[in-house]
Design a protein around this ligand. Structure first.
Ligand code: ZN
Length: 319
């Protein structure tokens, strides 16, 4: 049933979804709003300095600053997404077109903006394209147009286009079947790092310690990058560590991985760092400094990986 709902129309068949989507053209894309600050000299000067742009001699704002005057800033939600635009994106999500990418933006400048100009703006859903097939996947281009006004008179327009698409599953495309769950990439095991993977098989996380200068190192290398010595001993990590840094992976999706997930650089108690996953806490609970504990994750029949179990949010209350 759901496969039927998500089936793409055949060539020539009416695209009922498109008919639904195009009805949104002309409806608001954002709530009307006013600029956070009037056009002002300090902002013009900062922008010009950062971009290496000459400050216009007549004191006007460079035309390409158009969007600067409509930005809400990190805390604000001025001109937030309208109800109809939310519905349009929701309809696409519901039909399986769950990915989004910005494709292009086009600005037209109607009249220069000068310090003191009070900015107002609104945005409209200008058009929705018929279904298109791109290398990213099949989907619909949605164009919104923001009109920027100063003292009520049009100063410029900002068109922004996104593609809402259903991503191509490369593995399915290659094999013609989606039956097998894609497997995680295999580690490359060679003579320089084989000892590490032998340790993993015994549920030990081994790093190297230089025989000459005792510097610990990870990942495994044939020689010490402090003293150059090629002799070393393997040392089993205690398994205790902290999150030194991390990112949360959202996009692009890779087969066998289910975003969002946290990728952490874990600093072991012994001083070396390792890139791994944090388990046991939600991706948005991972924090720098979070204590973690080594464990081994069986990924599939052939692959086991060292990962780190996070301590949740309890540890911060204890500080
Ligand atoms: Zn050394």
């Amino acid at each position: 049933m759901s496969a039927r709902t998500h089936a793409l129309p055949e060539e020539g068949e009416t695209d009922a979804l498109y008919e639904r989507l195009r009805a949104y053209a002309g409806r608001p894309a954002a709530e009307p709003a006013c600029g956070r600050d009037p056009v002002n000299e300090p902002m013009i000067r900062h922008w010009c300095e950062v971009l290496g742009h000459p400050v216009p001699a007549d004191g006007s704002a460079p035309a390409t600053m158009l969007q600067v005057w409509t930005m809400a800033g990190p805390a604000g939600s001025r001109g937030g997404r309208s109800g109809p635009y939310g519905e349009l994106l929701g309809a696409l999500d519901g039909a399986g077109y769950t990915s989004i990418v910005a494709t292009d933006c086009e600005q037209e400048y109607v009249r220069p903006l000068r310090p003191g100009d009070e900015i107002t703006y609104d945005a409209v859903i200008e058009s929705v394209s018929p279904r298109k097939t791109t290398k990213l996947g099949t989907g619909y281009f949605v164009t919104t147009r923001m009109d920027v006004r100063a003292g009520g008179a049009l100063a410029g327009t900002h068109r922004f286009r996104v593609l809402k698409y259903r991503p191509v599953n490369r593995r399915t495309a290659e094999t013609g079947t989606g039956a097998d769950k894609p497997r995680r990439p295999r580690p490359v095991v060679n003579r320089d790092n084989a000892g590490f993977w032998e340790g993993v098989a015994r549920h030990q996380l081994l790093f190297q310690r230089c025989t000459a200068c005792a510097t610990p190192r990870f990942p495994w290398l044939p020689g010490c990058n402090v003293c150059g010595c090629a002799e070393w001993q393997p040392v089993a990590a205690s398994g205790r560590g902290t999150v030194y840094s991390y990112v949360v992976m959202h996009h692009p999706p890779f087969p066998a991985f289910d975003p969002p997930y946290a990728v952490a650089l874990v600093e072991l108690a012994e001083g070396v760092r390792i890139v791994s996953n944090v388990t046991g806490v939600r991706h948005d609970e991972v924090r720098i400094g979070m204590p973690v504990e080594l464990e081994f994750l069986r990924v599939d029949d052939d692959l086991e990986l060292p990962v780190f179990r996070g301590a949740g949010t309890e540890w911060r209350r204890e500080l």
